[in-house]
Design a protein. Sequence first.
Length: 319
Amino acid sequence: QEWRFVVEETQGQVQYEYAQEFADLVDEKSGGALDIDVYEFGALGSEVDQVEQLTQGIVEFAIISPGFTGTLVPEGNIFALQFLFTDDQETNQEILNESEAINEQLVPLYEEQGILPLAFWTEGAMQWTGNSPLQTPDDFQGFQMRTQESPLILESYEAYGANPTAMSWGELYTGLQQGAVDGQENPIFFIADANFNEVQDYMTISNHNMYVTMTTVNPDFYNGLDEEVQQIIDESVEEMRERGFEIQEEQNNEFLSQIEDDEDNPTEITELSEEERDAFRELALPVRDYFRENGGDQAEEILDTLEQEIEDMSGEDIG
Ligand code: 6CS
């Protein structure tokens, strides 16, 4: 019996490394009886295709970013809200681990759609890259921004004055190279490993949001498993919480210098000051109300709970 685990990234990248270590843990804990095969991105289609493969049970496990489930589970758009979480990834991971809004209110909405999230985790703070500098909302006027599929990500960039377009990352390098889009957002490890810096001249350390992803299983598959097997899976997910954090942290630290040192493809790197971030934050705040009204029946309750949790756990005023 072989189970399939599909991820949205390629070998060496954070999700793939996570899935491989997870598979090793499950193998070890079951004395070799449980075998999980990891499929890298591209083998089974686009990110959105992979969501469908999980809901249909064609794959048992998947790493799915909420950015690709925006029309299926509107409340999952919550992670598209910029400047909502804190600037400290460790605090953010703790909130993802412990939040009731996420783990008790949001999870059942995913499960109803055939996706059972077992863990929510960060792949690091996201940064902007562009073929022109991105330092003020003015710079986004008419800017063709590539985003993931979620309506609220598009809404967030429209609030800055940009013209966002959703596309798979499989098309993104060529899209940037040929000028179909002007820029994109991602954590540093991904920008470097996917070589987007080769086809972008500017990178802004904006920390406007963290990249959130989910370790998921097909609910029918999981609920049909023996209790001991479920326990092995659950324990492995728990052990991977810390490892997942370490993997992304290492890669995000290590890859910054790769972008800085690439003399053949120079990238001008700037960092937003707190004042510059405030200008974006101000435009991002009303998008929370848009989410409350358009993010599905439970959007308001979930966001109210989450805002309170973030404030309680970080001791910060988040607006
Ligand atoms: O930009 C994207 O769509 C991709 N970024 C990351 C960090 N992982 C997979 C995802 O598809």
